[in-house]
Design a protein around this ligand. Structure first.
Ligand SMILES: [Zn+2]
Length: 363
């Protein structure tokens, strides 16, 4: 993996990327090193012993990239894309790596229309490529340490509709609003200081902002040993009792920060989600929204603190804010493919996608 990291670290410009991903054979080796950082693993049984296969049509020479599991009961034949979101792809691997690099290089993501233009595939293919990335960057581990949570809505303001004259806004209007409620949880960096990575961030669509839904999202995404931070919304308050600690700020009293007690990171993440949805994807169906949130959360986590800056708030108060730099997109690719095996995405007859499995067999 040492050589791979050097190759990836050397990719900073579009020209570097084009050179690095020029030949298919090199791309396959690069992908193998990223998918199997600790050596090949059989996607069927998890066996770490396998042999390169000599195929009939290439004489006695091994067909590059085809392997067979050495477990006598398994003998499964596989390649680097088997049982990953790239399973049985017809696209060359260099097109995949180029497309994924371009998506990661962009600040907030690329619409499938623009990606299709850039790499010369159909819009449907580019759309599935984006979803493959979103599935690859899904993370299952539970957030711990200090975890902020916040709720928000996506979707534009409700349209004025003569048949439904009084659409509500926000929490109190929840039965009447047409916006989609979302709950976000954001893990704070483990410690202050330079070189520390941003924590993971997740957002999930909920059917409503009820205590029951909030409990579901937290139990799936946050470890009970976590220290929660939120506003004083009453659903959060009672749920917080299940966790190691829970502090709240009273937004109703215009209190947003009390020492280290705040939900500013979660609010920052929410803001990023809203701007990404509005600016890049325009509209995402609630059905696929969690996948888009995975991409936004992954981008959030691929940042490192580079220093601190003193800023003034609008009221003139001094605050110390961390400055961030982004991990290079090519190096992010290694994190993207690290948990590829086991995550499966298939195309449906109608050109859509079906997620077969979201759980990775860790390579
Ligand atoms: Zn096997």
């Amino acid at each position: 993996m040492g050589g791979t990291r050097e190759v990836l670290a050397g990719i900073t410009t579009v020209r570097d990327m084009v050179t690095a991903f020029a030949d298919e054979e090199g791309c396959r080796r690069l992908l193998e090193a990223m998918v199997w950082p600790r050596g090949r693993i059989c996607p069927a049984c998890g066996c770490r012993d396998s042999t390169a296969l000599a195929s009939r049509d290439v004489g006695r020479r091994a067909r590059p990239g085809l392997y067979q599991c050495a477990n006598g009961e398994c003998r499964f034949q596989f390649t680097v894309t088997t049982r990953t979101p790239l399973h049985s792809t017809k696209l060359p691997l260099r097109v995949w790596l180029t497309g994924l690099w371009l998506i990661l290089q962009s600040d907030k993501g690329i619409s499938s229309v623009r990606l299709a233009e850039a790499i010369g595939v159909s819009q449907a293919t580019a759309w599935r490529m984006g979803h493959a990335l979103r599935l690859l960057v899904t993370r299952e581990h539970q957030l711990d340490g200090t975890v902020e949570m916040d709720e928000f809505y996506i979707g534009g303001s409700p349209r004025k509709d003569a048949d439904r004259p009084h659409l509500g806004r926000g929490r109190k209007g929840q039965p009447r609003t047409t916006k989609t409620p979302v709950l976000a949880v954001v893990q704070r960096p483990t410690q202050p200081g330079e070189g520390v990575a941003a924590g993971d961030a997740r957002a999930r669509v909920v059917s409503n902002l009820s205590e029951c839904e909030a409990r579901r999202v937290l139990s799936e995404n946050v470890d009970v040993a976590a220290h929660l931070m939120s506003d004083e919304w009453k659903a959060f308050v009672s749920i917080g009792q299940a966790f190691a600690a829970h502090d709240t700020v009273r937004h109703s009293d215009r209190q947003y920060v009390r020492g280290s007690v705040h939900a500013n990171s979660a609010e920052g993440f929410n803001d990023r989600v809203r701007r990404t949805v509005a600016g890049v994807f325009h509209h995402i169906s609630p059905h696929h929204a969690d996948l888009y949130f995975n991409e936004i959360g992954f981008r959030w986590s691929q940042r490192v603190v580079s220093g601190q800056a003193v800023r003034r708030t609008r009221r003139g108060r001094q605050v110390v804010k961390p400055l961030w730099y982004r991990i290079a997109p090519a190096l992010q690719l290694a994190a993207v493919f690290r948990s590829a095996v086991g995550r499966q995405l298939r195309r449906t007859a109608r050109g859509g996608i079906q997620i077969r499995c979201t759980v990775a067999v860790l390579g």
